[in-house]
Design a protein around this ligand. Sequence first.
Ligand code: ADP
Length: 490
Amino acid sequence: MTTATLERATPPKIRQTRLLINNEWVDPVDGGSFETLNPATGETIAHVAAGTAADIDRAVKAARRALTSGPWSRMDAADRGRLLFKLADLVEAHAQELAVLESVNCGKTITDSVGDMQGVVNTLRYYAGWADKIEGKTVPVRGNFLSYTLRQPVGVVGQIIPWNFPLLMLAWKWGPALACGNTIVMKPAEQTPLTALRLGELAIEAGFPPGVVNLINGYGETAGAALVVHPDVDKIAFTGHVDTAKIIQKAAADTLKRTTFELGGKSPNVIFADANLEDAVAGAFHAIYFHGGQCCTAGSRLFVEDAIHQEFVERLAEKAKQRRVGDPLDARTEQGPQVSQEQLDKILGYVKVGEQQGATLLTGGERVGQKGYFVSPTIFDNVRDEMTIARDEIFGPVVSVLPFKAFDEVAERANRTFYGLAAAVWTKNIDKAHTFAKLVQAGTVWVNCYHVVDTTTPFGGFKMSGQGRENGEAALDHYTETKTVTIKLS
Ligand code: ADP
């Protein structure tokens, strides 16, 4: 499963479009649906059931029942782990089919989708292993008492995910939630509902009892918002846009729900003149263009030291011009379409603003073809910190090159953003590398590499890039409540 094996994969048949509540596929109460598109062609793939508040309520009731009665509530932790292992095996067995479906609905290249499926399997297995290792403590309290802590599930968790890594984001949320014994109502992104539906089928096949995982597709303002305000939902885990997170945090305040957020970024990628130039060019290229720039960690602010600036941007532009942009199902394609017309328009709008504000458009900046939502890899040179393209998250294949002169200067400028998700530094000097890693305000720092994300290490944002951490042991803290039990000894 490490490389795409098919020359050009055939899109799979769409098997399921309804809502998953209590292990049954049901129609929405008001009968609504929405179209889901193939971003490579703009054509409709399927009509998918659109849930609303009434469906969220049904799903929450099913999740609550599963939490408090029935097999899940009594299940040994080790058996929860076994179910997650089983689900991982099923994903692995269907990885090719799932990868093609992801590419068709999300536009990512088949190579990237295959990589995502490996990430899904790794994540589910990692948390499967945790299920029977989530332990409390005995605490040496004052007096003749025995005190110990229990770590119990938070309860019914609402999970809202975006369109850029549809199934991987699902796995990052299901893995820790289920390992800790919670029950789930998930709302996938309206742009990419299809792979989650297939996972729903596989979850039933794996043997998860009714009500443990529920899937309500639909729009954010209806289904998503209803989940956030539902009084019987204990926690919201959200990945998406910072502006949506602000709305969610305010709406969740009325019921004081626990919230965790994984949001956007405008990540600084700093290249010092003493770096290995070839590796740094390739790394900077991957940092911005991976998945067409549709990554919250995209290395979109590229700081390049003056001494190598000219040569660096020339090499980068040469690579950008050669990038194969096209059909995501062709294994030779390096960059697929952006996810939607909306994203395409937004990106091209930023290109205009970049030009208007005086940045140098070195290459790209155009739509590719007339069908689908393709954008050519774009480089703006001589960008200044205050320009819009250096400040806003574009979420497309657009990099801003910001020249710099000295370490202290770049360390300060790198932090001049309200985001703090990721950062990278390229240098052979270990002092510079470690000092930068310490100073930069970011949840993830890469040294001489980029986009290396593993399920075992915590992932999340400083500042307005998020609250809480996903992946690793850290995620378990957000899916458990700690209870202190104190016993009087006589
Ligand atoms: P993006 O820019 O990646 O589409 P969004 O934050 O708009 O980011 O979307 C991420 C997820 O949040 C999607 O599943 C979307 O439907 C959901 N969403 C959008 N608005 C709301 C809202 N007001 N309440 C809850 N969920 C929402």
